[in-house]
Design a protein around this ligand. Structure first.
Ligand code: ZN
Length: 116
């Protein structure tokens, strides 16, 4: 279980996306977004989505902050500072339109240690 408590004295809210395996995501994953100065996304993998829920709700309660939960990838592109706000983008490789949220989730999963 990859989960480290954020090093904050105070945060208002944490966002999380609970994602079932699809595409390049081969295990249940929780994408946890910490806002603020050291903002960033952390990926939890390898267990059930329900177990991520328990851990994160407990952590949020301990931190005294709100946990904003989303089931599925919708909205996850908002964690990308370079996102242009469009729901799809034209892929450079296969030149068809892809869902931007699905793409961001898969990229984060691969980049942040989700792959085997
Ligand atoms: Zn493509």
């Amino acid at each position: 279980m990859k989960y480290q408590k954020a090093k904050y004295d105070y945060i208002e809210s944490i966002k999380v996306w609970y994602v079932e395996p699809f595409g390049l995501i081969d295990q249940p994953a929780a994408f946890v977004y910490y806002p603020g100065e050291n903002c960033g996304v952390q990926v939890m993998i390898g267990d059930s989505l329900e177990s991520f829920c328990d851990i994160l709700r407990e952590a949020a309660a301990e931190l005294g902050c709100e946990l904003k939960e989303t089931w599925g990838v919708k909205g996850i592109a908002s964690t990308d500072p370079y996102w242009d706000g469009k729901p799809t983008f034209r892929c450079g490789r296969c030149s068809i339109e892809h869902d931007v949220h699905e793409n961001v989730a898969q990229v984060l999963y691969q980049r942040l240690g989700g792959s085997r």
